[in-house]
Design a protein around this ligand. Structure first.
Ligand code: ADE
Length: 230
């Protein structure tokens, strides 16, 4: 199967490229798309740059130009749930955009007309991930991930996102990738390892834990690729 593996930052896909060792690369639309064969699958791998706009562009290219039939996102997130510690893994059951606000017109936070507040990720990919977590003896958390074009480093903002969307983690690309995949009818999976807890010390923790947490997520994603059918 043709599978897209995406991150937002170089650090999020580097562990994957390092494991693969051999790959080709091509520049297109301001990104580099890496291609490799792994476990009988054709992979296209890229990091988009941070945020909803760049990530939606990159995801769309992976689906349309490279013909990916599934997209797996790997990266880091700020933890909201008290159960999530730095380094823990969370897979998104559903994703929302916490910074969408047309409440002035009576719509709920995060709602875009003709769309929905939440976009669900693929059931089969989540089931596969749960099986792998059991086999590997890893605690894999499942919950709502809230996305926005903001690095959240404030307890107030974090609490608002938790209260409004019942979100367990937050980041800056998942929901936009979900929108792209949903629009094209391609199954997707968003996995994040916690790098910080989105409060006053988030910027410091993020810098310290970005690489190690990105590595945890990338390792799991490659395990999923190994176990994906044709
Ligand atoms: N990704 C990782 N940590 C984050 C945070 N605190 N805010 C937004 N995106 C993040």
């Amino acid at each position: 199967m043709k599978i897209a593996i995406m991150g937002a930052m170089r650090e999020e896909i580097e562990p994957i490229l390092n494991t693969l060792g051999e790959y080709t690369s091509e520049e297109y639309a301001g990104n580099v798309f890496y291609r490799a064969e792994y476990a009988g699958h054709e992979l296209v791998i890229a990091y988009s740059k941070i945020g909803k706009v760049f990530s939606a562009i990159t995801a769309s290219i992976m689906l349309e130009r490279y013909g990916a039939k599934a997209l797996l996102f790997s990266g880091v997130a700020g933890g909201i749930s008290k159960d999530l510690k730095i380094g823990d893994l969370i897979m998104a059951s559903a994703l929302c955009q916490h910074d969408v606000d047309i409440t002035a017109f009576g719509h709920p936070d995060g709602f875009i007309p003709e769309s929905s507040v939440m976009i669900q990720s693929d059931d089969d990919l989540r089931s596969l991930a749960s099986e792998i977590a059991v086999d590997m003896g890893i605690d894999l958390y499942e919950g709502i991930i809230a996305t926005g074009d903001q690095f959240v480093a404030s307890s107030e903002r974090k609490s608002w996102i938790e209260k409004t969307f019942h979100a367990d983690a937050l980041e800056m690309e998942g929901a936009s990738v979900a929108c792209a995949c949903h629009s094209f009818g391609v199954p997707f999976f968003v996995l994040r390892a916690i790098s910080d807890t989105a409060d006053g010390s988030a910027d410091i923790d993020f810098d310290v834990f970005l690489q190690s947490s990105a590595q945890v997520s990338a390792k799991f994603i490659l395990e999923m690729v190994k176990r994906l059918g044709d």
